[in-house]
Ligand binder design. Structure first.
Ligand code: AHG
Ligand code: MN
Ligand code: MN
Ligand code: MN
Length: 339
């Protein structure tokens, strides 16, 4: 739990990290500097996102990425920005990105002991309709001594993350970050001074809330158990605060952040079309699972804790359920067939 004492609201992200307020026990200089690099990348990407319409960064590049998706210019711009910022210092040994087929070595310096995973631009189908999008990141320590990092260095369960978070380019730009110790904290960007200021100290998710977030357009492909859970939510029953309200933006960062702040449940289950679900384990599910658990929430595939999954490949997909502990428990009881 974060240290007691007066509220820290209003201090900048840099100060908060520098003072070790993120509760990372051995906040070495390089870890602090790496987190500040991520803060810098967030400022650079938010500047591009905010003027995407003007700079005609919309529209497709005509290329496809390893996911087989048509890459929007902003995806590439955000990816390049993160690569150049993280490659500038010698703290980050390598990165894994949704937009890169394989890992990218950023330093072979023996002192480079961090690995960064990121989804540079999440929710890219919403870019050209001006709906909230985001960036997702996670930081691992490189545990092997070899010169350069290898893909195997990244294939570690999410519980080994040393920091994770996201940036939401919404009505305001907000960066949410945790080291797993010392709480989950939200910083809101003030473009007039170019700083992130602590605005949401020690975010805790409610135990339960009557909100659910899922793409109902996939319901014919869901398992019977998920369909029964979905129908149960919409029955009227005051004792269990039903029916639940529906909210779905189609950007994971927006849907997950709202669920973290208000409670309830977000689900992207496996279905007949996506047998492993759609979302990627390394740079979408793990960072959010890490944040949700640090805020008192739960994150599972519907049956397995996300943070306990050992990845077998960089871009592997998992079914993802994030939310209030009570609401995730109910989802899991339907998947188990208990209800
Ligand atoms: P990305 O834009 O990084 O590829 O991620 C898109 C993901 C995620 O943001 C969102 O939750 C999901 O796609 C929405 O998928 P559907 O449109 O199938 O609901
Ligand atoms: Mn994509
Ligand atoms: Mn994404
Ligand atoms: Mn993306």
């Amino acid at each position: 739990p974060p240290p007691e004492g007066p509220s820290r609201v209003g201090i900048t992200l840099e100060t908060f990290i520098l003072e070790g307020q993120l509760g990372f026990p051995a906040a070495t200089g390089t870890f602090t500097s790496l987190l500040n690099q991520i803060g810098l990348a967030a400022k650079l990407v938010t500047a591009k996102v905010r003027r995407a319409g003007l700079a005609r960064l919309l529209g497709y590049t005509g290329q496809t990425n390893v996911q087989g998706e048509l890459v929007q210019k902003l995806d590439e711009e955000a990816n390049e920005t993160l690569l150049s910022v993280l490659g500038r210092r010698r703290h980050c040994a390598a990165v894994a990105s949704e937009e890169l087929d394989s890992i990218r070595i950023t330093s072979t310096d023996r002192r480079a002991k961090y690995l960064v995973v990121f989804d540079p631009l999440d929710g890219s189908s919403n870019i050209d309709v001006n709906i909230s999008i985001g960036t997702i990141f996670g930081v691992l320590r490189k545990e092997t001594d070899g010169e350069g990092a290898t893909e195997a260095d990244f294939l570690r369960p999410g519980r080994e993350l040393v920091a994770a978070g996201y940036i939401l380019y919404g009505s305001s730009t907000m960066l949410v970050i945790t080291t797993g110790h010392g709480g989950v904290h939200g910083f809101t960007y003030d473009p007039t001074v170019g700083e992130f200021f602590l605005s949401h100290e020690n975010i805790r998710i409610p135990e339960q809330a009557s909100l659910y977030s899922i793409n109902e357009g996939n319901s014919t492909y869901w398992s019977d158990e998920v369909r029964r859970w979905n129908a149960w939510l919409k029955e009227e029953d005051k004792a269990t605060a039903r029916p639940y309200g529906a909210r779905y933006v189609g950007s994971l960062v927006a849907d997950a952040h709202r669920t973290l702040m208000k409670g309830g449940i977000f689900a992207y289950p496996a279905d007949r079309k996506n047998k492993q679900g759609k979302l990627r384990l390394l740079y979408e599910a793990n960072p959010f699972a890490f944040v949700f658990e640090a805020a008192g929430g739960k994150a599972s595939t519907g049956s397995t804790r996300i943070l306990d999954i050992t990845p077998t490949e960089l871009h592997e997909r998992v079914p993802l359920v994030l939310g209030s502990p009570r609401d995730v428990d109910i989802f899991e009881s339907f998947v188990r067939g208990d209800r």
